[in-house]
Design a protein around this ligand. Structure first.
Ligand SMILES: Cc1cc2nc3c(=O)[nH]c(=O)nc-3n(C[C@H](O)[C@H](O)[C@H](O)COP(=O)(O)OP(=O)(O)OC[C@H]3O[C@@H](n4cnc5c(N)ncnc54)[C@H](O)[C@@H]3O)c2cc1C
Length: 492
């Protein structure tokens, strides 16, 4: 039995800690914030419950596997509720589109925009099915440690034209511009620009269609708490409010983790779920490998950040579904700016989360909980002072929502707070305040992403959004599976 530490209690860290504990190791999970969850943090204000980040839960089996592996049942820890429609999409000209896996309804929604695209959609779905099997089922939880592993995946990548973008592939089959947006925007949920992200990511469509979209009763954090409870039930030790400050090394091995309060955890191995640049630059700063790897990583391309505004409203808004996407006037032009411009775009496209549509208990009776997010450039591109401008930016978004979807909104807001790129940086140690770590483009995927085990320090491991396969709950839980597999054989 090895003594192992996992740094960071995001979904990836929790999944890794559970798997290691299940394998019989003595695991300490270390989280610097007061509450666990990472991007999936939670705030409670005056009876409103605000999940901080992930809200679209796909592929529940990847989570159920964690419980089943430990001889438990997920249903005993958390109640998962189905969400329909998956999303309602809104355009400024008044067009709406309900995105669902109910085929009859979906075909009718597609037909409303362009009848000819119903046939094209069937072909796109067929393509998405192939890349789902290749990219997710076969390779989604493999550790790409050497170039050979990449070469062996190459034929499939070529066959499915992974070098094309999701948008390009959708456009091959679907002609209507709004439908092209409807079937390509998903990459944004994992930090990818649909015009640059590999077509392999079309697999998200299949993932949602087959497995549905879910939401835990009590909010996403109820699921996070369920995972933590499972870990503790298995005998794992969870430390919160006390982060890792640095690693001690002996030669090319991590020998101890030093916590912020000075506690020294002697370890046989460590898995980091914390930001990849932070891990190398700060935690491994006393070993030459740390600065070298951090410098190399700093040259890579990072996903944008997000501005997120959480607000509780003294009104139920029964007609607003759980998940809405509001497309602004521009799509490609706006995305180009979010992914590269030095300025904050004046317009936005928004995702609106309305969890009380599924679980009214997340707000006081007769009230509703919301968050709205706008993708914005990360702090390496836009260097404006978010602390100074956040409230104004939030006001602009609320005015937009009031005009387009939530009449009378601003009069009825009881509580509000925001999370900016600067908060991603200071609260989560996120490099450049990126919301999703490395940008998910082909040249930063699989072998070209951070390896699940460091190339030099053979007892330092990684899991989470910066590793293969990348961001999103299924992604980081898959990365933890790959890492746990490596650790199981290394510490057998
Ligand atoms: C607003 C938003 C909405 C999203 N929506 C969705 C969605 O609907 N569906 C979906 O699947 N995905 C969604 N995502 C993406 C998904 O949430 C993330 O990719 C995923 O949760 C990241 O998990 P992770 O394992 O990489 O860890 P993180 O959540 O990044 O957690 C890392 C943890 O490490 C901790 N840490 C950092 N430094 C230290 C240290 N030195 N010592 C100890 N701890 C440390 C941090 O505090 C944090 O808790 C969303 C993301 C955001 C931001």
């Amino acid at each position: 039995m090895a003594k192992l530490a996992v740094i960071g209690a995001g979904f990836g860290g929790l999944a890794l800690a559970i798997r290691l504990q299940t394998n019989g190791h003595e695991v300490t999970l270390v989280e610097r914030r007061e509450k666990i969850g990472g991007r999936a943090y939670v705030w409670e204000r005056e009876g409103y419950v605000f999940d901080a980040g992930p809200t679209v839960i796909t592929d529940p089996p990847c989570l159920e596997e964690l419980f089943a592996g430990a001889g438990r049942s997920m249903a005993d820890y958390v109640d998962m509720l189905p969400v329909q429609p998956f999303y309602r999409l809104f355009w400024e000209d008044g067009t709406t589109f309900d995105y669902t896996n109910d085929e009859e309804l979906l075909f009718s929604e597609i037909g409303k925009l362009n009848p000819a695209d119903v046939e094209g959609y069937a072909k796109f779905l067929d393509y998405a099915g192939h890349v789902y099997r290749e990219g997710y089922e076969k390779l989604g939880h493999e550790a790409f440690l050497d170039f050979k592993s990449m070469i062996s995946a190459a034929p499939a990548l070529m066959r499915y034209e992974a070098f094309r973008s999701v948008y390009a592939m959708v456009s091959r089959y679907i002609k209507d511009e709004k439908l092209r947006q409807a079937f390509s925007f998903h990459t944004l949920l994992v930090g990818g620009n649909p015009y640059k992200t590999s077509a392999i990511y079309a697999l998200i469509h299949k993932l949602e269609k087959e497995g549905g979209v879910w939401f835990p009763k009590g909010g996403t954090h109820a699921l996070v708490r369920g995972l933590a409870k499972l870990f503790e039930d298995l005998g794992g030790e969870l430390i919160t409010g006390n982060g890792a400050e640095r690693f001690e090394t002996e030669g090319d091995r991590v020998s101890a983790v030093i916590l912020e309060d000075g506690t020294r955890l002697r370890v046989d191995g460590v898995g980091s779920n914390a930001d990849i640049v932070h891990t190398y630059a700060d935690l491994l700063k006393d070993h030459p490998r740390g600065m070298k790897a951090a410098r190399a990583l700093a040259k890579r391309s990072y996903s944008p950040s997000l501005f997120v505004l959480y607000f509780g409203v003294e009104d139920p808004y029964p007609d607003v579904p759980h998940h809405s996407i509001l497309f602004g006037e521009r799509y490609k032009g706006l995305l180009d700016e979010i992914y590269g411009a030095k300025e904050l775009p004046e317009d936005f496209s928004l995702y609106l989360h309305h969890p009380t549509a599924t679980d009214p208990d997340l707000a006081p009776p007769g009230c509703s909980t919301f968050y709205v997010l706008a993708p914005v450039p990360h702090m390496g591109n836009f260097t404006g002072d978010w602390d100074e401008m956040a409230a104004r930016y939030g006001d602009t978004i609320l005015a937009y929502l009031e005009e387009h979807l939530l009449p009378g909104l601003r009069q009825k807001i009881a509580v509000r707070h925001h999370f900016t790129p600067k908060d991603f940086s200071r609260e989560l140690n996120a490099h450049l305040g990126s919301a999703f770590s490395l940008e998910p483009v082909l040249w930063q995927s699989a072998y070209f992403r951070v390896h699940n085990r460091d190339d030099k320090l053979k007892n330092l491991y990684f899991c989470g959004a910066g590793t293969h396969p990348g961001a999103g709950i299924p992604g980081v839980v898959g990365s933890a599976k790959a890492t746990a597999k490596l650790m199981r054989s290394d510490f057998a």
